[in-house]
Design a protein around this ligand. Sequence first.
Ligand code: NAP
Length: 340
Amino acid sequence: MELKIGVIGTGAIGMDHIQRLTYKTKGAKVVAVSDINVERAQQIAQEIGAKFVESGEELIRLPEVDAVVVTSWDPTHEGYVLEAIKNKKYVFCEKPLAVEVEGCKRIVDEEIKLGKKLVQVGYMRRYDQGYEEIKELLDSRKLGEVLMLHCAHRNPGVDESYTTPMAVENSVVHEIDVLRWLLKENYVAAQVILPKRTTSAHKELHDPQIVILETESGIHIDIEIFVNCHYGYDIKCEVMCENGMVSLTDPAFSSVRMEGKDFTKVSSDWKDRFVKAYDREFQLWVDSVKADELNGPNAWDGYVAAITSTACSKARDTGERVQIQLDECPDLYKNSLVLA
Ligand code: NAP
């Protein structure tokens, strides 16, 4: 039986996920779409034979919608996720789960009241083969204790709407989630260093930035976030352990040798770099919803990401090392993949 999905938000990633769910994911069908941009939503609805629905809330309540995908603007996520929980429907929400920590908590509280996990958050790096291989090796303990990580998150460029806080809240938040999942440890402190500013950054943006996180066992993580690096979209992760080192390789493209030089393609954007991870993320989400048991990044992970990125923002604004204190993990989330 096909899982009938309603998608709220037909912008860049919404369109991408609609195409994925329609043409790649097995056992799923997009039956309804909604967006504040009516024309674009109506057009895609017509293309794939889905229903256009005026409001996201109305879409969630449709009896023919089994599960919901939220890919709209960040501030709308919380409301749509709460409405889905109220209607006891599974919901896949693109990150962030909610803009504020309190919003994430309200979602966690509603799930706890229901006694069931219905929410998955779009932290797709957990489905990337490179990170999965690193996790497998770390879990095997062949390399001994993890001591430190050196990471980078580079984009070729951004437009004027990308501001200083977004470096953490929209970009580094992916590292925040995936590294916690790799290490199975929460963060206890954050610092942010603002190094020499590139002349390519517009006036509302300090670029690059360096985020330093510390985990419960004392692992130090440095993350360079540089969104005007010009040359491509480049994600680095090097994990230094007692008996060796493991790192992400670049995605496998072809290499050309010509005129005494070696040319290898670099990814141009996140869609290109993580396409396989998104495909896997959605196939496994659909399969788990059908099996009535979610196992991806959950609402608690969304809360932890929010509290950590809020601490990073405070660290950046104050120049201080900021302590991170989480509420106690509720029973509903204790056996989830992350800290199991
Ligand atoms: P986008 O292109 O701006 O799309 C957002 C869409 O939401 C737009 O069509 C926007 O309409 C619409 N919208 C605004 N308010 C709405 C409302 N009240 N109800 C329904 N739709 C509404 O942005 P995007 O890049 O696709 O990002 C969408 C979400 O995905 C964001 O939360 C972002 O953080 C997340 N994202 C995640 C990843 C990832 O790697 N996991 C990557 C990219 C984005 P208008 O255009 O008319 O404003």
